[in-house]
Design a binder for this molecule. Structure first.
Ligand SMILES: Cc1cc2nc3c(=O)[nH]c(=O)nc-3n(C[C@H](O)[C@H](O)[C@H](O)COP(=O)(O)O)c2cc1C
Length: 158
């Protein structure tokens, strides 16, 4: 397989951009990610991929829960607040307000909408862990257009 073609073709997948939260012991953590998709209506299932060795990945594996805060178009600052590893920058929430609902995972107050999941399947095959979560609660803060990865000019994939 030609590496350039593989990269180019995989980068043709369109993505949104989300803040994925979880519990880490008694604390919470979150990272910005684009590998998020719905995979079933009944039950409502969502798949996310979390990089092996990150605090968030270990947190999701250990706690069995995660939340997804759907960012609104233009919320670049919010997205960028959660890209860096917590191990390097410390608590990433700073002034960012959040609350918890059913699972204890952090939900960003400023997000467009959110849902939270209990993990029902884990696949460790690649360099990211694939978590399948059943949606157990969801909410809408306001209507608007969700953020896309494209508008940030960044890529994560290929
Ligand atoms: C555009 C972009 C998209 C990203 N998408 C993902 C993703 O879907 N899954 C993931 O595990 N990491 C993704 N990352 C990397 C995480 O944001 C990064 O590993 C983060 O530092 C993990 O946080 P933690 O160490 O506090 O858990 C992405 C990074 C960028 C720049």
């Amino acid at each position: 397989m030609d590496d350039k073609s593989k990269k180019g073709a995989l980068r043709g997948i369109s993505y949104g951009l989300y803040v994925i939260g979880t519990k880490v012991g008694d604390d919470v953590n979150a990272f910005t990610g684009n590998w998020v998709t719905q995979i079933s209506f009944t039950p409502p299932l969502v798949a996310i991929a979390a990089k092996k060795g990150t605090t968030s990945c270990d947190g999701i594996r250990d706690s069995g829960v995660f939340s997804v805060s759907v960012l609104e178009t233009g919320q670049k600052d919010l997205a960028f607040s959660f890209f860096k590893p917590v191990s390097r920058v410390g608590n990433k929430f700073g002034e960012v307000e959040f609350y918890t609902q059913n699972t204890g995972s952090p939900i960003l107050k400023d997000a467009l909408s959110w849902f939270e999941c209990r993990v029902v399947d884990v696949n460790e095959r690649g360099d990211h862990v694939l978590f399948v979560g059943e949606v157990v609660d969801a909410g809408l803060h306001r209507t608007g257009n969700p953020m896309t990865l494209k508008e940030t000019g960044l890529f994560y994939g290929g």
